[in-house]
Structures are given as structure tokens and as C-alpha cells.
Design a protein around this ligand. Structure first.
Ligand SMILES: [Zn+2]
Length: 183
């Protein structure tokens, strides 16, 4: 509701829009006060501040630290989860023993061929010439080595994820510590 000032006692009077262009009696000094035309009254109403604005601002500032705390807790939980998963993958990496290397594999092949009859050597040589040196399937120790490398990669990804989450949580903690005097 727009408000006008009483020209006699300077009291603020709330005036209904329906009284535009007419007169009201001042509730303080009971004298007749001329009400402005409708356009002027609308302009007065628009400039009158609404009462709800300050309380809304108060709610926003009160909710902000709570959101920060929730984000901090979520990031700490994420860091712990990443650390756990990464640690699990690294434990799997250390637990896997590769059953042989390229060197031990070659030694085994050499010892087999030293005892093999000449006819087998000739046959395998002919196979090598027709099919090439590439083996169709990787040797078992190569499969295990690839699996072990996969666990190591997953482990480092988990550790890196935990570090990023911990850094973000620390950034939130230091930011909220600066903005509020008590933490
Ligand atoms: Zn008055």
C-alpha cells in the first residue's frame, strides 16, 4: 500500500489505491489530506520497500556455511573411498606374481630345443616360414603381466582421485575458516 506524508504533522499515512485523487483524514491530527492522482500513487507504491527482503538475505547467509560443510564432508568421504579403492588395486598389484619373464621363457625354449629331435626342428622351421614369427595367443606370463600393470594403473588412478578430493576438501576448509571467525 502506498504511503503519503501528512502536510500538517508529517505523519506517514497508508492510502488505498481506491482513494486516488480524493481526500483522507490524517489518523494523527484528523485534518483532511489531499491524496495524489492514481499515477503518482502508483509511483509511491513502487518505491516503498517490501518487508520480506531483509529476512530473505538472512536465510541465505545462514545456509551458506552449512552447504560448505556438506561439500567438505562429501569430499572427505570421496577421498577415503578413492584411497580405499586405490589401495586395494595396489595390494592386488603386489600380490600378483608373474610366473616367468621373457628371459626365463627363452631359457625354457632353449632347453626344450636342445633335446628335441631333428625332425621336429625341421617341421617347426617350416611352420615358421609359412606362418611367420607372430604367436596367435600371448604367453600366459604376458597375460598376467598385463593384468598386473592394469592393477597398478587403477591403483594410481585411485590415489590421484583421493589426492584431488583431499585438496578440494582442504580448499573448502581453509576458505570457510577465513570467512567465519570460529570454525
Ligand atoms: Zn496529520
Amino acid at each position: 500500500m502506498p504511503a503519503i506524508r501528512c502536510p500538517h504533522c508529517d505523519t506517514s499515512i497508508d492510502v488505498p489505491i481506491s482513494r486516488a485523487g480524493g481526500e483522507v483524514s490524517c489518523p494523527s491530527c484528523s485534518k483532511a489530506v489531499t491524496v495524489p492522482k492514481l499515477g503518482e500513487l502508483r509511483r509511491l507504491e513502487a518505491s516503498t520497500p517490501t518487508a520480506s527482503t531483509p529476512s530473505q538475505a538472512g536465510v541465505e547467509t545462514a545456509a551458506s556455511p552449512l552447504a560448505k560443510r556438506a561439500g567438505f564432508v562429501a569430499l572427505v568421504a570421496l577421498a577415503a573411498a578413492c584411497l580405499g579403492l586405490g589401495g586395494f588395486c595396489l595390494v592386488r598389484y603386489w600380490a600378483i606374481a608373474i610366473p616367468g619373464t621373457t628371459e626365463s621363457h627363452m631359457e625354457m625354449v632353449e632347453s626344450q630345443y636342445s633335446q628335441a629331435p631333428a625332425s621336429q626342428l625341421v617341421r617347426e622351421w617350416q611352420e615358421l616360414e609359412s606362418f611367420g614369427e607372430d604367436v596367435a595367443f600371448p604367453y600366459p606370463y604376458e597375460t598376467v603381466a598385463a593384468e598386473k600393470a592394469d592393477w597398478l594403473r587403477k591403483g594410481w588412478m585411485g590415489i590421484a582421485g583421493a589426492l584431488v578430493a583431499a585438496l578440494l576438501a582442504g580448499a573448502i576448509a581453509s576458505f570457510s575458516g577465513r570467512s567465519t571467525s570460529h570454525g
